[in-house]
Design a binder for this molecule. Structure first.
Ligand code: SF4
Length: 303
């Protein structure tokens, strides 16, 4: 579920700024709140009283992801609006597992609900970081709690028996994608008790996303602005723009990640032991195949 559109975390690289997602206005200031989200969720899950009489809710396994491609579910507005909390309360009441993906330590407010899910049906909380360096993060993610606060929150949730890990994505070209920086981020995740680190490089679509990013990080550094522009050359008009970097870039940074993950014994995917019970037989075979492919890729980088 995306419960908000727009995000006051204001990450410089945020993909949600790209025109294709149609988030109008000032992305970091004009936050749209989906005030009917809980009612819609009840309906979709078949939890309305009238629906239950006619069609008792069927459980198909699976889980609900509280994420936010165009707005973090624990961004500052959530402290006041409490929609994410209401969703969690609904999940607790009806025994539905959850995976939260956030950049905010505000999730600790709901630790007790997450604990109840963890012991009954399952809960995991993943924190997204682009660097473990607080001063760099203050530039890249000016509206989000610092990475040190996110890592402390992860450690606290892990102490409370809730599964969790890190999405180290995106590492930021020329700023947090060096082998030493990636190693420091993986090491910090390991110290916080992460059970996995999922890794990814940055995409940058032409238009609003790229202009904003270069304006933030290249504002005082013309050379950096040019290097970023070259790394993300865009695609010819009429082709779909996924914002991919120039060939070879993702392989280079993934090699560095593979070494760091190997050094810290860190899985690059959420281990099946944590989520097997949520998957149908068919889903399990797809996920297992993907895990095997990633493990083979990681091993190849170490050779
Ligand atoms: S937290 Fe996520 S949605 Fe919010 S600005 Fe950052 S990248 Fe975008």
């Amino acid at each position: 579920m995306n419960l908000y559109r727009g995000c006051a975390h204001n990450c410089a690289y945020c993909d949600g700024r790209a025109e294709k997602y149609r988030v109008d206005g000032d992305f970091a200031a004009d936050i749209q709140v989906k005030t009917n989200a809980v009612a819609l969720l009840r309906k979709e899950l078949g939890l309305e009283a009238a629906q239950q009489e006619l069609f008792p809710p069927a459980r198909h396994g699976g889980f609900l992801l509280l994420g936010g491609g165009v707005g973090d579910s624990y961004q500052p507005a959530e402290a006041r609006c409490r929609i994410t909390r209401e969703v969690l309360e609904l999940l607790v009441a009806h025994g539905i597992p959850v995976h939260v993906l956030t950049k905010s330590s505000l999730v600790l407010r709901d630790a007790e609900l997450l604990e109840r899910l963890a012991v009954s049906v399952g809960a995991a909380v993943s924190f997204s970081i682009s660097t473990a360096d607080d001063s760099l993060a203050a530039l890249l993610e000016p509206g989000a709690p610092l990475p040190s606060a996110r890592l402390q929150a992860l450690a606290e949730l892990r102490r409370r028996g809730i599964n969790g890990g890190i999405f180290l994505m995106p590492v930021v070209p020329f700023l947090s994608d060096g082998p030493e920086q990636i190693e420091r981020s993986v090491a910090a995740a390991a110290r916080a008790g992460a059970q996995y680190v999922v890794f990814g490089g940055m995409t940058l679509k032409q238009g609003r996303q790229k202009e904003h990013f270069i304006g933030v990080v290249g504002g005082d550094d013309a050379d950096l602005a040019v290097r970023i522009d070259h790394l993300y050359p865009g695609v010819p008009a009429g082709r779909p723009d996924w914002g991919n970097a120039a060939p070879g870039y993702y392989r280079r940074i993934t090699r560095a990640f593979a070494r760091a993950a190997n050094a810290h014994g860190m899985p690059a995917r959420i281990p099946l032991a944590l989520c097997r019970h949520l998957l149908s037989a068919q889903e399990l075979s797809v996920v297992s195949a993907e895990h095997a492919q990633v493990a083979a890729e990681m091993a190849a980088y170490l050779r």
